[in-house]
Design a protein around this ligand. Structure first.
Ligand SMILES: Nc1ncnc2c1ncn2[C@@H]1O[C@H](COP(=O)(O)OP(=O)(O)OP(=O)(O)O)[C@@H](O)[C@H]1O
Ligand SMILES: [Mg+2]
Length: 113
């Protein structure tokens, strides 16, 4: 099974997560700067000490496509290296993919990861 693991984490944790995933042998990743809020609606994280109400805080979204059985380890590594123990550490989710194509070679399925 091919799975897409998506995580939204704190930007400062990106390097640690990236290194951990590289060490685990992932074949690629996509990183996007995003903004979001969770249960606190971005209001209690005191971003840069601002006294203004901030509803959307800067986060980083990481997307990793993995083949058979690798998602468990990828999810665990992201959680381990994204965690600071403070609010806003993020979320990780995974979904099965019904198709994957490696454009250059025409490979499909797990071979395309
Ligand atoms: N239910 C959700 N749906 C979509 N994105 C979410 C959801 N919850 C969190 N996110 C994304 O994850 C980011 C980090 O969420 P956050 O860690 O604050 O979640 P939380 O549930 O409030 O946990 P905590 O209490 O530890 O802060 C948000 O800024 C948002 O981008
Ligand atoms: Mg939160």
């Amino acid at each position: 099974m091919i799975e897409l693991v998506t995580a939204v984490i704190k930007p400062h944790q990106l390097d640690a997560v990236k290194e951990a995933l590289l060490g685990a042998g992932v074949e690629g990743m996509t990183v996007t700067e995003v903004r979001g809020f969770g249960r606190q609606r971005g209001k209690t994280e005191n971003f840069r000490g601002s006294e203004y109400r901030i509803d959307l805080l800067p986060k980083v979204k990481i997307e990793v496509i993995v083949g058979d059985g690798a998602a468990d380890q990828v999810v665990a590594l992201i959680a381990e290296h994204a965690r600071t123990g403070k609010i806003g550490d993020g979320k990780v989710w995974r979904v099965p993919l019904t198709g994957l194509l490696r454009v250059r070679t025409g490979e499909t399925g797990p071979a395309a990861v």
